[in-house]
Write a protein that binds this ligand. Structure first.
Ligand SMILES: [Zn+2]
Length: 149
């Protein structure tokens, strides 16, 4: 299973992430929580198969790395665009927005009601802390931030 511990990142990435999470809290966005820091290459390989291979092959890969099996419906679309991920290099973190009862990934939600969607603010603050944001990619991956030199 993937880790959400900050200690499982490289030391330089831990520093950036600490700064980022402090800034998020200072600006009232402490409801963004880590869902994944480090993930093994075996787990990345299993995720890569989702949406690309038949269900029995995907579920064999999933269960072998400790992930719960998925349904035929869940296997209709991929969840990762990369066979090699910065998560396996310990220099990426995924977040979710913890709202009452749900993990929010809706990029239009504006909880602090300042007319700027919260995920946009998440990206602005991450970039100010020197992180690369998946939200800027052509195939946007909003929850994802990674090391940038
Ligand atoms: Zn990610």
């Amino acid at each position: 299973m993937a880790s959400r511990k900050i200690e499982d990142l490289t030391p330089r990435m831990q520093e950036k992430i600490k700064r980022f999470e402090t800034r998020l809290a200072e600006e009232g966005h402490e409801n963004f929580k880590r869902s994944c820091t480090f993930r093994s290459q075996a787990e990345q390989n299993a995720l890569w198969k989702r949406g690309r291979y038949p269900l029995d092959i995907v579920n064999a890969a999933y269960t072998s790395v400790g992930l719960a099996p998925i349904t035929e419906n869940e296997n209709k679309r991929p969840v990762t665009w990369k066979a090699v991920s910065d998560h396996t290099a310990r220099e990426a973190v995924d977040y979710y927005q913890a709202l009452p009862g749900i993990a929010n990934y809706d990029i239009k939600v504006d909880v602090d009601d300042d007319k700027i969607p919260d995920w946009q603010e998440f990206v602005r603050i991450a970039e100010a802390c020197g992180l690369e944001c998946g939200g800027r990619w052509k195939k946007a991956d909003w929850p994802h931030v990674q090391w940038k030199d």
